[in-house]
Design a protein around this ligand. Structure first.
Ligand SMILES: NC(=O)CCC(=O)C(=O)O
Length: 284
């Protein structure tokens, strides 16, 4: 079967994040326009792009969605630049509960998807990093998929990258791009960040984008290294540590090709190891 070329120019914005919310929003807004002026149609921001990342900050920076300064900036930026905008994440408050939430805005500025981090980042590595999101946050329970010109895009957030089952559920629902706003750290990042993205890409034959904040020098130190990975697990673009925008011209026909050439989704022995209840989902 001949596959038809389907391309999207994407930009991942590895923005610098400080303690001043207004400055964080203005900086993100400026970088979104810059990415649009370079031709990007699908633009993504990092995890916790409006505040420093840390349990002590979630309460102070939390906003309700869509009525808050961060949602308003994202909606306006998507509309004025005529782009699909994955608004990184920011702390959300609803009914006195906090979530780490990703919002997506279409070129009319409408909210088209909302995803709450499903696997909270609770780890303890002596001499490395200890973090417990569940001290403050509640976990989300729902997948979120949106459409960019006929292409299905699924959302996860950072620690969610470690959970193959979530990515597989998205693939079984027809997703071709997985986007993870993600603030990995300097203990796990060097060994795991690229590896996990390439793993999710090759396991599920999808593009994977992961978007980190730029590395700061105080509090939680983000690893940086935002990345675009192809369904062949090829690293198409990778940032360094500082503020940077990376671009990729994504050809979705690569998903078609690899799925035809290596048809693992038809060869899986679900009679022996059905790790995901596929009967409930339609497979592409
Ligand atoms: N923000 C996060 O969820 C960090 C995840 C992380 O660093 C990891 O090692 O996993």
């Amino acid at each position: 079967m001949k596959s038809v070329m389907r391309t999207i120019r994407t930009a991942l914005i590895q923005s610098r994040v400080g303690t001043n919310r207004t400055e964080n929003l203005e900086n993100a807004s400026k970088l979104i326009s810059q990415a649009k002026n370079s031709g990007a149609k699908l633009i993504s921001l990092p995890e916790c792009f409006n505040s420093p990342y840390g349990t002590k900050f979630f309460n102070e920076y939390a906003e309700s969605i869509p009525n808050g300064p961060t949602s308003e900036m994202l909606s306006k930026a998507a509309r004025e630049n005529q782009v699909y905008l994955v608004g990184g994440t920011f702390p959300e408050i609803e009914n006195e509960k906090f979530y780490n939430t990703c919002t997506v805005w279409n070129p009319e500025g409408k909210l088209v998807a909302k995803y709450r981090k499903m696997h909270l980042f609770d780890i303890d590595i002596p001499g490395g990093i200890t973090f417990k999101e569940s001290d403050v946050l509640f976990a989300g329970n729902e997948l979120a998929i949106f459409d960019v010109e006929g292409v299905k895009v699924g959302l996860g957030i950072c620690y969610d990258l470690r959970f193959e089952e979530l990515a597989k559920l998205y693939r079984l629902k027809g997703v071709e791009i997985l986007i993870y706003p993600a603030a990995f750290n300097t203990t796990t990042g060097p060994m795991h960040f690229e590896l996990l993205q390439r793993s999710r890409a090759v396991d599920n034959q999808v593009f994977v984008f992961a978007i980190s904040p730029a590395r700061g020098d105080q509090g939680y130190i983000a690893w940086g290294h935002s990345q675009i990975t192809s369904p062949w697990a090829k690293v198409i673009a990778q940032a360094k540590e500082g503020e940077e925008i990376i671009y990729g011209d994504i050809d979705l026909s690569e998903c078609d090709k690899v799925r035809q050439q290596i048809p693992i989704f038809h060869q899986r022995r679900n009679d022996i190891y059905n790790t995901v209840e596929i009967g409930a989902f339609s497979s592409k």
